[in-house]
Design a protein around this ligand. Sequence first.
Ligand SMILES: [Ca+2]
Ligand SMILES: [Ca+2]
Length: 626
Amino acid sequence: MKSQIALLLSLSSSVASAYPLTTGQKAERQAQHAVDFREESIYFVLTARFFDGDATNNYYNRDRIKFGDPHWRGDFRGLIQKLDYIQELGFTALWISPPVENRSGLDYHGYHAYDWNRIDPRLESTDATYQDLIDAVHARGMKLIQDVVINHSSQYGIRDQVWIDHLPIKYFRTADGKKISNGPYQGNLGDYRSRYREDNDNSKAPDWFIERAQSDPEGEVPLTDPVTKTVVPRPGYQPQRFFGIDPAHLDPSWYHLDGFMSGGDWENPKALQRKHMAGDTIDLATENQNVKDYLNQAMHLYMDMGVDAIRVDTAKHIERDNLLEFIDDWRAYKPSVFVFGENLVKGTGLGQELSNDNGSATIRPWWYTRRATSPADPRSGPDSGFSVLDFPLFSTFRDNILRGNFSGIGQQLAWDWIYGDATKLVTFFQNHDVGPDNDFKFRFGGETWQAAMVYNLLWTIRGIPCLYYGEEIEFQKGRPQDIDGGSMTLDQTGRAYFGDHLEGKEAQQSLSHPLARHIKRLNLIRRQIPALQKGQMAQVHEWGSGMSFVRDDAESGSYAVVALAANADQEVVVNHVRPGTYRDAVTGREAVVADGQLKFAVRAHSAAIYVRNGGGKIGADGVFLR
Ligand SMILES: [Ca+2]
Ligand SMILES: [Ca+2]
């Protein structure tokens, strides 16, 4: 029986066999897309929630079912169809949620990988494979960012690499004899085309398990648990043996054996980096060579296919030097690749060695951007070549933007020196996990002008701006980013299906939203002014109701003086600027500086971007930029 299944497996397509590339093609692809990623601006989508181009690959996960709204709904065909929309907003890079094959009771988002070498069939169509998406993105001169998890696998192990022991029975009985099942999709994980497939498609599963999935697909016939020798199902027998994992019996060549995280572990580096975050995120032994080899060869494949940048999930859950071994491998394989990661922090992000922080700097974002040897001294090591999402700046927004001012942003920017290179940080207002409210939990629910203010900031200060899908129309405003509490389904969250806003008249309406127009103009402006992309920040002054700074890009000679206003008009004076003729990219006004002083006015919720020797006004006035 096992040999038949092995044969079937070898016949099914893998990424490697589906997309063979010659060495010449690889070199061409690498050279073609070697760019400075700071020139880009990023649009981030959860592919399964964006746009449905192929109803035949739609799929309901086992948990949180809302009839009529399959969890896996959007796909690559839909995304390709809507690249027009993303490009119309002025974005040049697309960040997609992890595309590799997943397996869990709620895996539509891609963060529970089961096979890093295959693209999830629920995203692809025959005419819209992952390669087709990458090629379509490149055909427009855009870049593709692949999200990857290397910290953990799904609770079903990794296909053909490692098996996680559990029983194939589809139900269990409580102590009083009540039958409990995990619902209609129990035993049909990951492959919507076949019933009862579960993980018997893993050649590493024991023979008895694979055989049983064939002989007893309903999982009704009693069997003897090979570990305890107990005949099950039996009332009161531990449900973990059916539906969970046994953390003490994992394969140590693939997994850490330190158990599950609990309350006090979240600021403890060792626990954070070795324990399983949840029942469906099993912590990989990332220091083992076999784990490195497996994950690295998969990333080589995707880089060969043309992936331009990589976003690393749950970065702080891997010890820095261990993580950098992966990053170094990828950057050696494809020198042009830009790599950044998620070190989620809700605070200054400095670490207790540098300031009043409740966790060590060794789990904070800046630590990963350097090869520093002392957590108390950022300058004890150079830039690591790995960048991070700017969670520390994001964390300030609840205390300033939500109160209608810029207070504290200047203070945060004064710490930029701790990063390897602050101009490569990826900045954002919200994402699939967090929002700028007091609990860091909801899609932004405040005033539209407040959002405009944040975008003025993110598109003019250092860093690469990133927008989460739907922000441009205040999609699901004020809703929790993720399911929260007992019965919530995706349609009630920030991860709702976006497709209804992308068709016909609705699409036009989306593009006409004042924020969509605002972002489009900011993208247009940033694209034309190298100082906004790569310039060092200088002379940062922040006074609550406004702020000003200089962006100076020595390499291109691009130089800009920027001021931002909160909810009142501001009169701004900036001293010690270079002499010359300046033109504001927002109003087109001209100013000549002879004595080092530039004086100008900025209207409420707007920005002034005085570019030395600049070409004048860029784009048309809107509600906010004027
Ligand atoms: Ca679909
Ligand atoms: Ca880990």
